[in-house]
Design a protein around this ligand. Sequence first.
Ligand code: GDP
Length: 195
Amino acid sequence: MAKLNLNRAEFVKSAASPSQFINSPMKAVVFAGKSNVGKSSVINSLLNRKNFARVGAEPGKTIHVNYFAIDEKMYFVDLPGYGYAKVSQSERDRWGKLMEDFFSAGLFSLGVMIVDARHKPTADDITMAEWFKASAHPFVVVANKLDKLKKSEIEPNMQLIRETLGLNDDTRLIPFSAEKGQGRDILVSEITALI
Ligand code: GDP
């Protein structure tokens, strides 16, 4: 397996329309999740950074696809968060159109869908999972904020997430804490396996 230095990351661009998507022979890992699920925190934990991908900025304000180059070997692609209640219909529509464009372009190799380990996935989460299932590419589901669960809650919650999203046995569900580092090694191995 080629080595990937996750400490070497740089922001490349923000795309607001399909003509700005990066079409490159480099592999791309795409991250999706509802606002506030900890998507930026998961990316930051992978990159051993604190404030690289934006954390805690006002949800729903950035309807862009953000590209980061990792060690000049692959891209991390940060999709705009979804499911934020206070977003106007026009912003929702813009988000939906951008996602449709992104998934129909199919310019990624692995999906990382982030859900909240504490809760049953939302209708929006189910829609996002369907987008990944319909794509030609594998995806993993990261159940973040694991540190907020009691030990006895972990197994039933993972089962609920698996059932609600209709994941098949081949789709990996990774209990994860961006805060504590649980699950990080597994996600890193899924990502480095691409190169
Ligand atoms: P994003 O909107 O999905 O990018 O979410 P952020 O990364 O900005 O995180 C939203 C909030 O959840 C912040 O207050 C984070 O500190 C918190 N958070 C993210 N990951 C974790 C985690 O694994 N455990 C706990 N306890 N809090 C987390």
